[in-house]
Design a protein around this ligand. Structure first.
Ligand code: 1HN
Length: 344
């Protein structure tokens, strides 16, 4: 409601304070409801893969630093973000290539989409990347990637760089050499943190998961088992969240990550939450309806569901779907809200 019409003095007052960069709260027209400029959208692998392969012919990792195509939300042109809070890219690395070592304040996650033979090195430890693996790159940790195999390797990069940009706290630094020295053995972080055991002297700082890689084989096995023994969630099927093994919390202070299984024929009820989520189809085929828009999906398709949009899945075949979102940050700040299937 505007009181300005009721009182010419008030209208004159409102006008007069503007030149001092003051504005009356009672006249603001900023929405006080959930909602975001982010639009639902799908990037199909059949469209993305040919462009990645073209990029390989046109630019090398030396010049590109990282050969990444950014998935920019079509309703947020110029932003470079898929949603207001998160970044998504797809990265391809060819046999023999190195993506040189650097570090930055944003946290990064990788979800491996195709190919074998690439590694990532994080904080002095190398891990091989296999399709379906979820990999953690904590903020300000040195990281470089390389492909020592025989085929191109593609993964999805998820970063919380929207947060560091928002706070004006983005820093980055190149390592003086292309690759960082390795001072831990391959598998060290898995041995120390990957078996529901912790080194006795380990003190969790609670910020980022100390576990470098969550291998697909183990995630898939857990989902397959639970599908048989646990009741299905009406909207999510069987959905697990990746946890920091030292705290049980999300792997990043900002980003949560998940893997869900939808049995063949599953028809999910709509669910809604304030998380801005990016999905990446590991296996299967089906459709998802996001805020009334229906998208057919297959393996390696990527789609984004904006905050407070209804999301409903249908699985034509058994589906396994990775996702990540800004839920960790929202929970930490007390903003997260959800409506379970069928509510509201
Ligand atoms: C980055 O460092 C990587 O290390 C990938 O692979 C994507 C997007 C924005 C900023 C830094 C990587 C990135 C990135």
């Amino acid at each position: 409601m505007s009181n300005a019409a009721a009182s010419p003095e008030l209208a004159a007052f409102s006008q007069s304070i503007r030149e001092r960069s003051l504005n009356p709260l009672w006249e603001r027209n900023v929405s006080q409801q959930p909602g975001t400029p982010c639009a639902p959208h799908i990037w199909r692998w059949s469209d993305v893969e040919p462009e990645l392969l073209k990029a390989c012919k046109l630019i090398g990792t030396k010049d590109a630093d990282r050969r990444v195509l950014m998935l920019e939300n079509p309703a947020m042109k110029g932003s470079s973000f898929i949603a207001q809070t998160i970044f998504t890219g797809v990265q391809i690395i060819l046999p023999g290539e190195v993506a040189s070592a650097h570090r930055h304040t944003p946290n990064a996650l990788r979800f491996v989409m195709k190919g074998e033979g690439a590694y990532t090195a994080v904080s002095g430890e190398r891990t091989m990347m296999r399709p379906g693996d979820f990999i953690v790159t904590p903020n300000w940790s040195w990281h470089d990637h390389g492909n020592i195999g025989k085929e191109p390797v593609v993964w999805m990069d998820g970063l919380d760089s929207a947060f560091t940009r928002f706070f004006g706290a983005t820093f980055r630094e190149d390592y003086p050499q292309d690759t960082q020295p390795l001072h831990r053995g391959e598998g060290d972080s898995t041995a120390a943190f990957g078996s529901a055991l912790l080194p006795v002297e380990f003190k969790a700082d609670g910020a980022v998961s100390p576990l470098l890689v969550y291998p697909y084989a183990r995630t898939r096995q857990a989902l397959t088992h639970l599908q048989k023994s646990a009741p299905l969630h009406p909207a999510h099927g069987v959905k697990l969240r990746y946890a920091n093994p030292a705290t049980g919390k999300h792997p990043f202070p900002t980003m949560a990550a998940f893997m869900q299984l939808l049995p063949a024929g599953f028809e999910g009820k709509p669910s809604r939450s304030t998380e801005n989520a990016v999905f990446n189809v590991a296996e299967g085929e089906g459709s998802v309806t996001i805020a009334g828009q229906r998208f057919e999906f297959g393996p390696r398709d990527i789609f984004v569901a904006p905050s407070w949009s209804d999301v409903a899945f249908k699985a034509r075949r058994e589906c396994v779907i990775f996702s990540y979102s800004d839920r960790a940050a929202q929970e930490a700040m007390g903003f997260f809200r959800e409506m379970g299937a069928g509510e509201g």
